[in-house]
Structures are given as structure tokens and as C-alpha cells.
Design a protein around this ligand. Structure first.
Ligand code: AMP
Ligand code: MG
Length: 417
């Protein structure tokens, strides 16, 4: 066993050994949630041509300076410009063109009069004959309801930075810029292993002394939540042969990281350690955090390996603290750590390790107030289900009076109802 490590030192030590994954190309339709591998720079102006932002009439603003409902200005309608077509001619003095939203502004015109500001409404069917003239009921200024070339995006502008996790709006920009394919970082593949004779799969009946495998599911869901692909390996029994077989199965699944839970605690059988020693180099770290000691980290045949604690809450918390940053680094993703500052709603105590306390959050008099979610046993599943966040008691702080401001790692976006 090595010395007691601080949480931050352990994270830094781990991250030094993680290299980002290479890029791959996916179709735009499959890019939601993927991480952009390179900056996207626009080669064009958007909009690419000046166009109308309303259904109406393209006019010369100077022609209608005095227009009002009492003193309408009548213009000759010389053409129709549906969206997707080009104007047949320019608009001259005393002239107007019927124009649809998104259609190009004709030469000569400098403003759009919305159809509601004329005496000539459009038919709903859109096939109304072109009127000979239109009475304008309101004055316009040059530029009214005109979308200018490049007012949204300029040629040469970086619109999306490498590391961006693509959201629907980002995908819209990529579509507008003509990217049918996108360069994204390959998704990290994480093999997930549970070990223990007491564990049964969720679809199997429970027998006396048995519990259901929880970590196999929580860890797989966490991997997916951070953009990875989870590969679930069947539960390994507490025998050398079975543990060896399942670890080999995990290695065969071409993982970028291997996550196992249980079997690494001091009191447990040393079976997992024996198998690990044969497959690679793994260090058992005493990290100054609660819940979550001990943590095993190393490499199995070159693949980064985490041996997480067996208790479900400890497994989830250590995932959040140590594995999540690894997934983010593997996928070259800009950090998405969400924290808030909250006041403790009650007096708390800690043993001096950095402690992650499950809390609910409520806004009271403009402050977020953190209240513990009942039992903090590292096996208590509901303590995580109820939690809005993990309140972080720093190393060395053993007494925390009520009202102390501390950081909270947010686990959901909405709370305080
Ligand atoms: P161990 O590290 O093997 O001593 O396990 C510590 C505790 O975590 C024990 O109470 C185990 O039953 C429990 N545990 C281990 N693995 C799992 C799992 N996959 N799902 C639920 N509980 C587990
Ligand atoms: Mg066990």
C-alpha cells in the first residue's frame, strides 16, 4: 500500500496516464451527444444572401416615407418572389414585389413591408393571383425586415470549438454549413465487471444470502451518461478461475478502460488481486476520501483499470470523482462539472477525509441550503436516489457548523421543489 493520497493528487496521477482517443467520422444525423474533434469554421456567410424575414412586399423605403392608414401609398406590384427563387428583375421607383419569408431581396428594394401593413392580404393557399398594386399603410425604414448577408455567421468565423458536446442547435449549424459528416472523438468503450458470490443478475430470483447486482447497472449507466459505450461482463464468482475468465473476457472486448467493482477491500479475498497481478500492474491506493476507500488503479495489458469499491454508493461516488474525468479526457471533452455553493442546513462531522455527503438542495432566502438525505451508509441506495448533489467537506475539516458555505457537486439540474 502506498501512502495516503489526496483526492486531487490521485486524479492528477490518473489523468497523466490517459491519452485522448482518436477522431472518427459520423453522419450528422448520428452526431447528437458526440464530442467534436476539431474546430468548425464557416466557409460562407449565413445567410448567404439578403432575404426577407416576413411575408410581404419588397419596396424602396424612400417611396413610402409618408405612408399611414389615412394616407396610404400605392405601389405597382411588378413580380412575385417565392422562397427558393431568384428575383426576375430589380424594383424601381414606385414599384413593389410580393415576397415570401426567406426569399432573396430584389435589387433596388431596401425594405420589406409585412403583408399586415398593406391592404392586400395573401391567400392562405398561396396561389392567389399577383395583385396589380398594393396600398402601403405604414412607413418603413431601409433595412426593415431584411436579413443581411452574414448577420448570423461570417465566413471564417469559428462557430463550434473542438471539445463541444453536440446539442441539437449545434447540429443545426452544421447542417446549415453543409456538413453531412462530422469529425468526432471516438466514444470510450468501458468494460464493466462485478465480482461476488452474493450477486445475482436482475432477472434471476433471489436466494437466501444473495443480493442483486447493482453496480453493473449503475456503472454502465454512468458510462453512457458521460458519452461512453458500456460493455457489461457477466458477474464473476469468487473463484480464481471465474475471476480470471471474466477479466479476460473484459480485455477481449477491446475496452479503452476497465471498471470492476468489489473484491479490492482489505478484508476481502485476495483473488482479484492475484488475477490483476498476473494481467498487469495495479496499485492499491489509500485515497483520502469518504466514501470510497480503497481504490485500485493501474493497467491490464495496457488498458487503464479501475478497481472500485463494492458498496454501491462508494462505487458511484468514486466513479464520479475518478472515472468521469477519465472519460472526459478520453473523449477530449470540455469539462461539464456542475457545482454550486450551498450552506449546510445542519451541523455535520467528518473524520477528516474529503467527504462526499448526499444532500438535497433547497433555496431559502436566496441561498441554497444543503440537507443530508438520511442515512449516509455507503450501501444505502436511496441516499443517492434522493440526492440533488454531493456536498464536499474538504480534507481536514472535522466539524462543520450549520450555515457553512461549501461546494456541492450537482447530480441533477432541477431541485428545490
Ligand atoms: P466487497 O468489496 O466485495 O467486500 O463488497 C463490499 C460490499 O459491496 C458488500 O456488501 C457487497 O455485497 C457489496 N457489493 C459488491 N458488489 C456489488 C454489486 N455489484 N452490487 C451491489 N452490491 C455489491
Ligand atoms: Mg465481494
Amino acid at each position: 500500500m502506498s501512502d495516503l493520497l489526496t483526492v486531487d493528487a490521485a486524479i492528477a496521477r490518473i489523468l497523466r496516464q490517459i491519452n485522448p482517443l482518436p477522431a472518427e467520422t459520423v453522419s450528422l444525423a448520428d452526431s447528437l451527444g458526440r464530442v467534436l474533434a476539431e474546430d468548425v469554421r464557416s466557409e460562407v456567410d449565413l445567410p448567404p444572401f439578403a432575404n426577407s424575414s416576413m411575408d410581404g412586399y419588397a419596396v424602396r423605403a424612400a417611396d413610402i416615407t409618408g405612408a399611414s392608414a389615412q394616407t396610404p401609398v400605392v405601389l405597382r406590384v411588378v413580380m412575385d418572389i417565392p422562397a427558393g427563387s431568384m428575383p426576375a428583375r430589380a424594383v424601381g421607383q414606385g414599384e413593389a414585389a410580393r415576397i415570401m419569408t426567406g426569399a432573396p431581396l430584389p435589387a433596388g428594394a431596401d425594405a420589406i413591408v409585412p403583408v399586415e401593413q398593406t391592404d392586400t392580404p395573401f391567400s392562405q393557399r398561396g396561389d392567389a393571383p399577383l395583385p396589380d398594386q398594393v396600398a402601403i399603410l405604414k412607413a418603413s425604414r431601409a433595412g426593415d425586415y431584411v436579413r443581411l448577408v452574414g448577420e448570423d455567421i461570417r465566413a471564417g468565423q469559428v462557430v463550434l470549438a473542438a471539445g463541444t458536446t453536440l446539442r441539437p442547435a449545434d447540429i443545426g449549424v452544421l447542417a446549415a454549413l453543409g456538413h453531412a459528416q462530422v469529425r468526432v472523438t471516438r466514444q470510450p468503450r468501458a468494460a464493466i465487471l462485478s465480482t461476488g458470490d452474493e450477486l445475482v443478475a436482475v432477472e434471476e430470483p433471489l436466494a437466501p444470502g444473495k443480493i442483486r447486482d447493482v453496480n453493473g447497472y449503475t456503472l454502465a449507466a454512468l458510462v453512457a451518461q458521460y458519452g461512453g459505450i458500456a460493455i457489461r461482463i457477466p458477474v464473476a464468482r469468487d473463484t480464481l478461475d471465474d475471476i480470471r475468465r471474466r477479466f479476460n473476457e473484459a480485455l477481449d472486448s477491446q475496452p479503452d478502460v476497465i471498471l470492476s467493482s468489489a473484491g479490492v477491500s482489505v478484508g476481502s479475498f485476495d483473488l482479484v488481486r492475484t488475477v490483476l497481478a498476473a494481467l498487469g500492474e495495479v496499485n492499491f491506493w489509500r485515497v483520502n476520501l469518504r466514501p470510497g476507500k480503497p481504490l485500485a488503479f493501474g493497467h491490464l495489458r495496457g488498458v487503464p483499470f479501475f478497481g472500485l469499491p463494492g458498496n454501491p454508493v462508494s462505487a458511484m461516488v468514486t466513479f464520479d470523482v475518478f472515472v468521469r474525468p477519465v472519460l472526459l479526457k478520453l473523449s477530449n471533452r470540455l469539462d461539464i462539472m456542475l457545482t454550486a455553493r450551498a450552506l449546510t442546513g445542519e451541523a455535520l462531522s467528518s473524520d477528516g477525509r474529503r467527504s462526499y455527503v448526499r444532500v438535497t438542495l433547497k433555496e431559502i432566502d436566496g441561498n441554497l441550503v444543503a440537507t443530508t438525505t438520511g442515512t449516509q451508509s455507503s450501501g444505502a441506495l436511496l441516499s443517492m436516489v434522493l440526492a440533488d448533489g454531493l456536498l464536499i467537506i474538504p480534507e481536514g475539516m472535522t466539524h462543520v457548523p450549520a450555515g457553512t458555505p461549501l461546494d456541492v457537486r450537482l447530480l441533477r439540474a432541477r431541485f428545490g421543489e
